[in-house]
Design a protein around this ligand. Structure first.
Ligand code: SF4
Length: 266
């Protein structure tokens, strides 16, 4: 499906929860957040039905995000249900890997194709400073398990201040090289200020070739991360909400005061 700027929209990012087991300083306040009431979160049936409609309209690449998707109970079942939808060519997930040691194999068996793993530092203290949790060991064990069970093209998402020459980023690059992983550098973004950059090693943030729409964890179709536009599938239905998102997808991102990274999955 095409938007008004002739961009081919083939990529759907689905936030399955606003919950997370880390508190990264650039994403979540230390005290946590007012969680979306569980009943307001989309059910798996809602997500699958929506994705089926989106695939029938031209989506073929789906990524699961959060918050942290692995804290959503039954996530492996959701992956299996989505992978059974004919027409999905690429099913992936972005995780902070804290729980990945436990989930890597079941996710692989359920049909998950690719994994992106958030890793901003290999220094235990720095990691704890950035994420406000002492979980580096679990994350590295999760990465090892993802490699062991055979995930290919594992990508590390490394958030940087300004440059990939920052000490943490250099260490993550070296680690990725040693493990045969890819690394992408994401400059810290600010939704309210409209600060974002093209992802180094990826396509995110490149508005001229943007191919994505998002589904938030409480059922809004978002045409753009850096915009306050959103269309509720509960109000408009799946197809109409997607069509509205396409019709109103901005040429490029500006600012967003409604979205938070943990409710729309970055
Ligand atoms: S800011 Fe909006 S238009 Fe630009 S790449 Fe991101 S989602 Fe696409």
């Amino acid at each position: 499906m095409k938007d008004n700027y002739n961009r081919d929209i083939t990529y759907l990012r689905i936030s399955v929860t606003d919950r997370c087991n880390l508190r990264c300083t650039y994403c979540m306040p230390e005290e946590g957040i007012d969680l979306i009431p569980h009943n307001d979160l989309l059910s798996f049936e809602d997500i699958v039905e929506f994705t089926r409609t989106a695939v029938s309209m031209g989506i073929n690449k789906v990524r699961l995000t959060g918050g942290e998707p692995l804290v959503r109970k039954g996530i492996v079942d959701l992956v299996r249900m989505l992978w059974n939808i004919e027409g999905i060519k690429d099913l992936s997930l972005t995780t902070n890997a804290v729980l990945l040691k436990e989930f890597a194999k079941p996710l692989k068996n359920a049909g998950l194709q690719r994994i992106n793993i958030s890793l901003d530092s290999l220094d235990k203290e720095r990691f704890a400073q950035i994420t406000r949790r002492d979980k580096l060991t679990e994350v590295l064990e999760g990465i090892e398990e993802a490699i062991r069970v055979g995930f290919k093209q594992i990508k590390l998402n490394c958030v940087i201040e300004k440059s990939k020459n920052e000490p943490d980023a250099v260490a993550v690059s070296k680690y990725a090289e040693e493990k045969g992983l890819q690394v992408r550098f994401i400059r810290t973004m600010n939704l309210e200020k409209g600060e974002f950059w093209i992802v180094d090693g990826g396509e995110g943030g490149n508005c001229s070739i943007c191919n994505r729409i998002r589904l938030s964890s409480c059922g809004k179709v978002l045409p753009c991360l850096f915009s306050d536009l959103g269309y509720s599938i509960r109000e408009f239905g799946n197809e109409k909400a997607i069509l509205l998102a396409l019709e109103n997808k901005p040429k490029s991102g500006t600012v967003s005061s409604n979205n938070q990274f943990y409710t729309v999955g970055g």
